[in-house]
Each structure stands twice: as structure tokens, then as C-alpha cells.
Unconditional design. Structure first.
Length: 84
């Protein structure tokens, strides 16, 4: 199964870049019919993970994917599943 991995460690402090990258990978998954995106916000204080989850829960984004899975073994990882 193909997946896209987005590591946000390099852009954690650039607000607009985070949204742009999240939009880009969601669109890429749709365009290429990829079933899974792995987003790595890192562990840290949890603020970046909360930001990513807020982004994914926006109505216009939420309608594009099937479900979100938070990794039980690794707090700093989120999976976004698509049905195509």
C-alpha cells in the first residue's frame, strides 16, 4: 500500500507553511489515489499535533478523507486514511 509521509519537524514554527504542506499532501493523496498519509508533528508539547488535528477537522477537509487514526504506540504520529 502506498502512503505519503509528511514530517513537520522542519517547519513547525512557520504557520502558513504548515497549512500549505497539509493542503498539498491531502490534495496529492486525492490526485494519486493514495490510501494513507502519515503526518509526523513530533511529540513536543502537543501544540503542533493539536494544530494538525484542527486543520483536519475543518469541514471542507474532513469531507475529503475517511478517518483519522492517532498512533497508540507513538504520540507524535497521525494517520489519515482515504477511500477512493
Amino acid at each position: 500500500m502506498a502512503k505519503i509521509v509528511l514530517d513537520l519537524h522542519d517547519i513547525y514554527n512557520r504557520s502558513q507553511s504548515i497549512d500549505a504542506e497539509l493542503n498539498r499532501v491531502v490534495q496529492q493523496a486525492i490526485d494519486k489515489r493514495i490510501a494513507l498519509i502519515e503526518i509526523i508533528p513530533g511529540k513536543g508539547s502537543g501544540q503542533l499535533k493539536k494544530r494538525v488535528l484542527r486543520f483536519l477537522n475543518q469541514g471542507h477537509i474532513r469531507s475529503l478523507y475517511h478517518r483519522i487514526e492517532k498512533d497508540e504506540r507513538n504520540f507524535g504520529r497521525i494517520f489519515v486514511h482515504f477511500r477512493h
